[in-house]
Design a protein. Structure first.
Length: 309
């Protein structure tokens, strides 16, 4: 018995930080990301074919170049966002293994980063300038012409929720708390969410006003439906960032990490969390029900409006 105990002691390994368990997963994520990145042109070609078939669009013809560029930028943003979310979440999960904390909740960062990556993937296409203004035959458009009103209201509601996190976390900090670092982290995350929302709102305005220079007969249809897809990504990014900064961060703070806050924080927090979840879910359902962009087709291509001078 004694020899077995000594043998086990001889072969025992030193205690390692729990976050090191994430290293193999991070390496695998990088390898997968590199492989997919190198094949993104083929990925974009399949996406163009699927997009055209689903939306009833003809072959882009002479417009294939800029169509490919925009689709590739969108997919690249999604890939980078998903990998970034995985890289950030896995070490956080590892650090939470041996203590009460967020644990598996950090996996929510993967879809969050994927959505935001998809939205920011449009950054370069949106900032490209054209020599000509938008087609004169098109009346002035609103975001609601391209995405459903439910999605617009979802973004509006979610965009103000991080302010609630800033206010509630600020009150906890002002009255004194033993969890200063957690409160400060909540303030930072809510502030970053607001910055993301502002940037996406600016990109939304630019995407709405931008002229997409086309060449072929089907170019206008491709341009307007790709604009609709772009605006849906940007509006969805606003909703996601707001729900994260105003729902997830607040829930994490009040339920898990904050200390010394008033009793009324719990009902207020759960009310805001339910509001964030309901608004985000409503936007997702509305977007899922309009995957063929019928709303944008009816309100843009089907309604050209008065012809300009």
């Amino acid at each position: 018995m004694g020899s077995n105990a000594s043998l086990a002691q001889d072969f025992s390994t030193p205690e390692l930080p729990s976050w090191l368990l994430a290293v193999p997963f991070l390496i695998a994520a990088v390898v997968v990301g590199v492989v997919v990145w190198r094949r993104r042109d083929a990925w974009a070609a399949r996406e163009i074919q699927a997009f055209g078939m689903a939306k009833g669009l003809p072959d882009p013809g002479e417009d294939l170049g800029w169509v490919t560029d925009r689709i590739r930028a969108r997919l690249s943003g999604r890939l980078v966002g998903a990998i970034a979310g995985f890289v950030v979440s896995v070490p956080l999960i590892g650090m939470s293994v041996n203590r009460a904390g967020m644990g598996g909740w950090w996996l929510l960062l993967i879809p969050l980063y994927a959505v935001l990556g998809t939205a920011f993937g449009h950054l370069r296409p949106v900032t490209q300038k054209s020599d000509r203004p938008r087609v004169a035959a098109l009346r002035e458009r609103r975001v609601g012409d391209y995405v459903t009103q439910v999605e617009v209201w979802s973004a509006v509601i979610c965009s103000v929720l991080p302010v609630a996190t800033l206010v509630l976390a600020g009150l906890v900090w002002a009255r004194g708390t033993s969890a200063v670092s957690a409160v400060v982290l909540s303030l930072v995350l809510a502030g970053v969410s607001l910055v993301v929302i502002v940037v996406l709102a600016v990109l939304t305005r630019r995407a709405l006003a931008q002229n997409i220079q086309t060449h072929g007969a089907s170019g206008l249809a491709w341009a307007e439906l790709l604009r609709a897809q772009m605006l849906r990504d940007l509006v969805g990014g606003v909703s996601t960032a707001g729900a994260f900064g105003g729902g997830f961060v607040l829930f994490w703070g009040v339920v898990v990490t904050w200390r010394d806050y008033p009793d009324w924080y719990l009902p207020v927090t759960f009310g805001l969390v339910v509001l964030a979840a309901a608004a985000l879910l409503a936007g997702l359902i509305a977007a899922g029900a309009d995957t063929n962009l019928r709303w944008a087709r009816d309100h843009t291509l089907g309604d050209p409006g008065p012809v300009g001078p």
